[in-house]
Design a binder for this molecule. Structure first.
Ligand code: AMP
Ligand code: GLY
Length: 451
C-alpha cells in the first residue's frame, strides 16, 4: 500500500511512524510534512488546507489511501473532494466533521440525544449574551466561539469584566472571524480531564487507550492555554468503571446520533471528557486525532494501523481485533521560547543526532525544518515531542526527560512536570469517582481544582 498523509505536525509524524511499521505499507507520502517526517515519508509543499492542491497531488501520486489528519481540511470537505475523485480516505466527510467545526451543532446534538455535557445557551448578539452572564452571575464563565479558532476559542472568564470583554471580542469584533459570530456560554465543570480517541466506521466504535493532556504553558498548570505541552497514556483517572459508563452514555450514543442525523462519522472521533462528581461529561468533540495525544496513543497500538484505516473505509471495523501494549507512554513537548504567543523560527536544534539518544525514546517532530546542509531548525511554536514507552509511567517519564536533557536550542521551553498529576493519581489508592465527596477530596489535595 502507498499512503498519503495530509498534515505536518507531531501528530502526523506519529501516524507516519505507525504506518511505517506495517509490512503492507510500501511508500509513505506526507504534505506538507516537516523536517522529521521527511526522513520517513516523501514530503510535498502543498498546504494541508489546500483542497484542490491535495486532490491534484493525490491524482499525481495515485496512493491507495489518503489519511487527512488536521481539523481544517476535514471541516472544509477534503475527504469529500478526494472521494469524489475515487480515492480511499481516512477521516470524516464535512457533514460529520461539523461535530468539531461547530460547537453549537455538537451541543444541540448532545441535548437532542441526551448525551451528558455542560448546560449551555447560544448567542448571536452581545447584548443578550451579556445580560445572560449578569443574570447567571457565576464565575468562572465558559465562553466558546462556535467555529474553529486554532484551539483558542474557549475563554474561562474569571469575572464579569473578563466575560464581557470576551463576548465583545468574539461577537462584535469577530476576533475569530465568522467562527465567533455565534457563541456558546456554558456551565463550568470541574474534575479530571481525560482524552479518549476512538476509531469508528459509523457503526462500531473502538476507544483507543486513554490519555491526559497538559494544556497550560507553564509548570503547575499556570500560564496561557496552548495546543498541549505534553501527554501521558493511559490516564489513571479513566478507570474500567468509567470506561464502561462512557461507552454506554457517550461513545455509542454519539455514533448512533450522528448516523441518525445522516452524518455517519468515519475516522477518528476524539472525546474530550471531564470526570465530574456527577459522572463523565463531554467537554468537546474533535473530528480527528489529538495533538499531542496521538504521540502517546499510537506507540501503544499493537494492531496494524493500515489495516484499521482500511477496515474503517470498508465498514468492517467490527471484524477487526484491536489490541494495545501494556505499560505507559509519555510525551514532553519542547517549544520555542515565547509560545503560544510570538516566537522566532529558524534556530538550530542541537543534540538531535542518533548518537547518545535514550533507549526507547523517540522524538516526534512538530515544527522543524531540515536545512539544505542537513541541520534541523525550529519552524513552529511546538517544535518536538520527546516520547518514551515503558512498563511504568515513572520510567517512561524518566527516560523522556533524560532525552529532553540531551536536546537544546536558544530559548527552548518545556514543562518540567508532565505526568506528575498522573503519578499522584497512581499513588493514590482511592477510587475518586466513587467517593461522594470527590470535590472536597480534590480541593483538599489541590488536585485538579481550577482556579
Ligand atoms: P479546548 O480549547 O476546546 O481544547 O478547551 C480548552 C479547555 O477549556 C478544556 O480542555 C477544558 O480544560 C476547559 N473547558 C472547556 N469547557 C469547560 C467547561 N464547561 N467547564 C470547565 N472547563 C472547561
Ligand atoms: N490536544 C488537544 C487537541 O488536539 O485538540
Amino acid at each position: 500500500m502507498n499512503i498519503l498523509v495530509v498534515g505536518g505536525g507531531g501528530r502526523e509524524h506519529a501516524i507516519i511512524m505507525k504506518l511505517a511499521e506495517s509490512p503492507r505499507v510500501e511508500k509513505l507520502y506526507c504534505t506538507p510534512g516537516n523536517g522529521g517526517i521527511s526522513k520517513y515519508a516523501e514530503c510535498f509543499d502543498v498546504a494541508a488546507t489546500d483542497i484542490d492542491g491535495v486532490v491534484a497531488l493525490a491524482e499525481k501520486l495515485k496512493p491507495d489511501m489518503v489519511a487527512v489528519a488536521p481539523d481544517d481540511p476535514l471541516v472544509l470537505g477534503m475527504v469529500d473532494a478526494l472521494q469524489a475523485k475515487g480515492f480511499k480516505t481516512f477521516g470524516p466527510k464535512a457533514n460529520a466533521a461539523i461535530i468539531e467545526g461547530s460547537k453549537v451543532f455538537s451541543k444541540e446534538l448532545m441535548k437532542k440525544y441526551d448525551i451528558p455535557t455542560a448546560a449551555y445557551e447560544v448567542f448571536t448578539d452581545s447584548e443578550s449574551a451579556i445580560s445572560y452572564l449578569k443574570e447567571q452571575n457565576s464565575y468562572p464563565a465558559v465562553i466558546k466561539a462556535d467555529g474553529l479558532a486554532l484551539g483558542k476559542g474557549v475563554i474561562l472568564a474569571q469575572n464579569e469584566e473578563e466575560a464581557v470583554q470576551a463576548v465583545h471580542e468574539m461577537i462584535d469584533e469577530l476576533k475569530f472571524g465568522k467562527s465567533s459570530a455565534r457563541i456558546v456560554i456554558e456551565e463550568y465543570l470541574t474534575g479530571p480531564e481525560v482524552s479518549v480517541l476512538s476509531f469508528t466506521d459509523g457503526e462500531t466504535v473502538v476507544p483507543m487507550i486513554s490519555s491526559m493532556d497538559h494544556k497550560r504553558a507553564l509548570d503547575g498548570d499556570e500560564g496561557l492555554n496552548t495546543g498541549g505541552m505534553g501527554t501521558v497514556s493511559p490516564n489513571p483517572y479513566y478507570t474500567d468503571a468509567i470506561a464502561k459508563e462512557c461507552m454506554e452514555t457517550i461513545f455509542k450514543p454519539t455514533i448512533e446520533a450522528m448516523k441518525a442525523e445522516g452524518r455517519t462519522f468515519e475516522g477518528c472521533l476524539y472525546f474530550g471528557l471531564m470526570i465530574t462528581p456527577k459522572g463523565p461529561k463531554v467537554i468537546e468533540y474533535n473530528c480527528r486525532f489529538g495533538d499531542p495525544e496521538t504521540q502517546v496513543v499510537l506507540p501503544m497500538l499493537d494492531t496494524d494501523l493500515a489495516d484499521i484505516f482500511e477496515a474503517i473505509y470498508d465498514h468492517r471495523l467490527a471484524d477487526l481485533k484491536i489490541s494495545w501494549k501494556t505499560g505507559s507512554c509519555a510525551c514532553v513537548v519542547m517549544a520555542s521560547g515565547g509560545y503560544p504567543l510570538s516566537y522566532p523560527k529558524g534556530i538550530e536544534i542541537k543534540g538531535l543526532d542518533e548518537k547518545g539518544q535514550v533507549e526507547g525514546a523517540f522524538v516526534y517532530h512538530a515544527g522543524t525544518k531540515l536545512s539544505e546542509d542537513g541541520r534541523f531548525l525550529t519552524n513552529g511554536g511546538r517544535v518536538l515531542g520527546v516520547t518514551c514507552t515503558a512498563l511504568t509511567l515513572e520510567e517512561a517519564l524518566r527516560r523522556s526527560y533524560e532525552a529532553v536533557d540531551k536536546i537544546t536550542w536558544e530559548n527552548v521551553h518545556f514543562r518540567h512536570d508532565i505526568g506528575n498529576r498522573a503519578l499522584q493519581a497512581h499513588a493514590d489508592p482511592l477510587d475518586l469517582y466513587y467517593k461522594d465527596d470527590m470535590e472536597d477530596y480534590i480541593e483538599s489535595n489541590g488536585v485538579y481544582l481550577r482556579q
